[in-house]
Write a protein that binds this ligand. Structure first.
Ligand SMILES: Cc1ncc(C[n+]2csc(CCOP(=O)(O)OP(=O)(O)O)c2C)c(N)n1
Ligand SMILES: [Mg+2]
Length: 417
């Protein structure tokens, strides 16, 4: 099997003759962003446990893959097309941290992308963003721009037909796209070895007419270097690259998942010993650029940054039912008008357009029966009663299954579970 590119070993020692393309200052910046991502995830998990946030899909363990690739892009001209586990790439591109928390609170404002930030929305329907990325890249090229599109997806998403369609078209038209496949070992509880009978994911690429490469996804320097090469190819008009980043999901699929039911503890421990953050810290320490006091100072600053983002998100007006209906249609079709009215407690009468419903401050009924994109859980209802999930103090919608998989999206406001 092809060996993944590695520049830094797990002790943070640079390979002989390795030529990192990140300067020391950039490596420090990358480390800080990885630490910020870890701290934001840990805070989000804690807030979810308190019933203050919905379902969280942490990046823990995969930070080098996400940050190293994002640092190879130019936020002023390149685009990111995310799946749902790429927070630090979005932050690097200009998406504000407070919106991450707002999004997890179920607030539509969290999904709003600030003007000038070149990213598509977080995508939970698996694989759907991959053809969008191919089309976006092709369109940018037809406009004569030299922008590149980095499209993120998982080993699980790569089994969707959309992956094939996107790679086929992008190869044909030489779209400037980087297909960044985070092979994190799992698609919820399905191991990545169950996704393909092929030996690797990367080996699919040549059949579409472009290179497929494999990188140690826990090695910031290697991921950055290999993505820089893919960016250069794409900018030069040579077309796409498929990057398979071998990493590992150290945490749960989401806060609604219990990985102890299916993850081998020995495998988990082996991957924890390859922590991508510790690896860069060791590398920088060997250069005299990192020590205990630098770590403490960075942790203090990062904690304060996370505090500010959480406070800003919590100061936002809570979401209202109308938010669910506000962004897809200029004029709501009758079926959705009826749903909105029912959810607003108006017994079939339409709620006022754009207004706040009769339920008052932030408390809104949850949609009934929905299966959500993250998996098997319920989108919890924001207000009131005790729901079927029974944990965390939040009600779930009747029969609801959430998009990330197995859990409930906790509700932002109100009730006792
Ligand atoms: C089309 C579709 N099918 C199923 C799901 C439920 N689901 C949510 S996440 C997930 C696993 C995705 O695994 P992967 O692409 O490897 O990404 P990871 O979660 O490991 O980052 C599944 C099956 C979904 N969201 N969309
Ligand atoms: Mg996966």
């Amino acid at each position: 099997m092809t060996q993944p590119l590695q520049l830094l070993d797990s002790q943070g020692v640079l390979a002989d003759a390795a030529q990192p393309r990140l300067s020391d200052a950039q490596a420090l910046g990358g480390l800080r962003l990885m630490m910020l991502s870890r701290a934001a995830d840990q805070r989000a998990i804690s807030l979810q446990r308190q019933g203050r946030l919905g379902t969280v899909a942490p990046v823990i363990g995969q930070e080098a893959a996400v940050v190293g690739s994002a640092m190879a892009l130019d936020p002023a001209r390149d685009w990111i097309v995310p799946q749902y586990r790429e927070l630090p790439a979005l932050l690097h591109h200009g998406y504000p941290l407070e919106r991450f928390f707002l999004y997890l609170k179920g607030n539509a404002a969290g999904a709003a992308i600030p003007e000038g930030v070149r990213m598509l929305p977080t995508q939970i329907a698996l694989g759907v963003q991959i053809p969008h990325a191919a089309g976006l890249g092709w369109g940018l090229r037809l406009r004569g721009l030299d922008s590149v599109v980095a499209c993120y997806f998982g080993d699980g998403a790569s089994s969707e037909g959309d992956f094939h369609e996107a790679c086929n078209l992008a190869g044909l038209v030489k779209a400037p796209v980087i297909f960044f496949l985070s092979n994190n070992g799992w698609a919820i509880s399905t191991p990545s070895r169950a996704q393909t009978a092929g030996a690797t994911f990367a080996e699919r690429a040549p059949t579409y007419g472009f290179p497929g490469v494999i990188v140690d996804g826990n090695d910031l320097l290697a991921v950055h270097a290999i993505t820089c090469e893919a960016v250069e190819r794409a900018r030069a008009g040579e077309g796409p690259t498929l990057i398979e980043a071998r990493t590992y999901r150290i945490g749960p699929h989401t806060t609604a998942d219990d990985p102890t039911r299916y993850v081998d503890p020995a495998e988990l421990e082996a991957w924890k010993a390859r922590d991508p953050i510790v690896r860069v810290q060791r590398y920088l320490a060997s250069k005299g650029l990192w020590d205990e006091s630098a770590a403490q100072e960075a942790e203090r600053e990062i904690a304060a940054e996370v505090d500010r983002a959480v406070e800003a998100a919590e100061a936002f007006p809570p979401p209202v039912v109308d938010d669910l209906f506000a962004h897809a249609y200029a004029e709501l079709p009758p079926r959705l008008l009826a749903q909105r009215a029912a959810m607003s407690g108006e017994g079939g009468r339409a709620a006022p357009a754009g207004g706040r419903g009769p339920l008052g401050e932030g408390g809104r009924a949850a949609p009934a029966g929905g299966r959500g994109p993250l998996g098997e859980g319920g989108h919890a209802a924001p207000a009131g009663g005790r729901g079927p999930l029974g944990e965390g103090g939040r009600a779930a919608p009747a029969g609801g299954r959430g998009p990330l998989g197995e859990g409930g999206r906790a509700a932002p406001a109100g009730g006792r579970g």
